[in-house]
Design a protein around this ligand. Structure first.
Ligand code: KDG
Length: 332
């Protein structure tokens, strides 16, 4: 069984094949997406074993997802195909000058039906037997009450198994407004060890206005009051910082300088994969943030959520090039 267990909804994404408004898009490239699946693939590429719990539709998209995850080496024994249900789909513009328009077609999808019973069944069949880490995101509890219960159950079983629990806030305002999300995500944050989010996501959990005026360090420190022992702020081009309960000083790391960002979607998930992998390997917070930044940069430089997810050698090469000041564009 696997070191890491995660669960969620895996989507197919159709990305316009050229930049421009969706109204002009006529052809699309098809990718597999879904935050937790992206983290799962990222971790496997970094040499870790991952079990993914969820449901896919009984359609060609569901088959494509299963093949892709299995092909990457993710354990899909607890990824059910739900008869008669469609797979969720996301459609998006190719990022251009303005943030890309994203459309969801996922209401009542197979993935949104993942349940506590699914997690219990996986647990009875040993999915958590070797788990050292359970990773959840704030997307799954927004999908349905059953999916929210599935996240709760995964945390509970992971806790009993002695695993570290992480929550990537991943606030999706297209799924629920901040007023609905905040209490649910805050409650989850009280039950995890590691909390990760962007500054505005941390602000929502800390109950602060999202006006960009709060210092990310203050926001990360404020979320520690909810219960996690580590809070990580993902700051994009400004790098990342982590605060640890009981540590006097925060850990700050700079980002990998990128000449251009091709497609930032999925970069946050890659960041989580890099961070979790390093912590599973017993490495320091600073080292984990450097790996996380390298993974995020690699995905931001490639098209698709999972495109560019690096292996260990690629992470090392990106980190070396960052230190030598040549930048990742010169990595071959
Ligand atoms: O982080 C990238 C995800 O947002 C994307 O893969 C789709 O999981 C997704 C979601 O629910 O928005």
């Amino acid at each position: 069984m696997s070191e890491v267990v995660t669960l969620g909804e895996c989507l197919v994404t159709l990305v316009a094949d050229r930049p421009g408004p969706l109204s002009d898009a006529t052809s699309f490239d098809r990718f597999v997406a879904g935050a937790e699946a992206n983290v799962a693939v990222g971790l496997v590429r970094l040499g870790h074993t991952v079990t993914y719990i969820g449901r896919v539709g009984s359609d060609g998209f569901g088959d494509a997802i299963r093949r892709q995850l299995r092909g990457e080496g993710v354990d899909t024994a607890f990824l059910a195909t739900e008869s008669g249900a469609s797979n969720g789909v996301m459609i998006r513009e190719r990022p251009g000058l303005v943030p890309a328009q994203v459309l969801y077609y996922r209401r009542d999808s197979a993935g949104s039906h993942v349940s506590a019973a699914d997690v219990d069944a996986a647990g009875r069949n040993g999915a958590f037997a070797d788990a050292k880490w359970v990773h959840v995101t704030g997307i799954t509890p927004a999908l349905s009450s059953g999916a929210r219960a599935a996240v709760d159950r995964a945390i509970d079983i992971g806790r009993v198994a002695g695993a570290t629990i992480s929550l990537d806030i991943n606030l999706r305002r297209r799924l629920w407004p901040d007023e609905a999300a905040a209490p649910v995500l805050r409650d989850l944050a009280t039950r995890v060890d590691v909390l990760l989010g962007s500054a505005d996501e941390l602000a929502v959990l800390a109950g602060r206005p999202i006006d960009g005026n709060d210092d990310p360090l203050d926001l990360a420190r404020a979320t520690l009051d909810l219960g996690p022992s580590v809070a990580v702020a993902k700051l994009g081009a400004a790098g990342a910082l982590a605060v640890e309960r009981g540590a006097a000083e925060p850990v700050r790391r700079v980002a990998v300088p990128l000449a251009s960002v091709l497609d930032p979607i999925g970069a946050g998930d890659a960041f989580c994969a890099g961070f979790i992998a390093a912590r599973l390997e017993g490495r320091s917070l600073a080292d984990a943030l450097d790996d996380a930044n390298a993974c995020g940069a690699a995905v931001a430089s490639a098209l698709g959520d999972q495109g560019g997810l690096p292996d260990r050698a690629a992470v090392d090469a990106i980190r070396r090039s960052t230190m030598s000041g040549t930048g990742p564009d010169t990595v071959r």
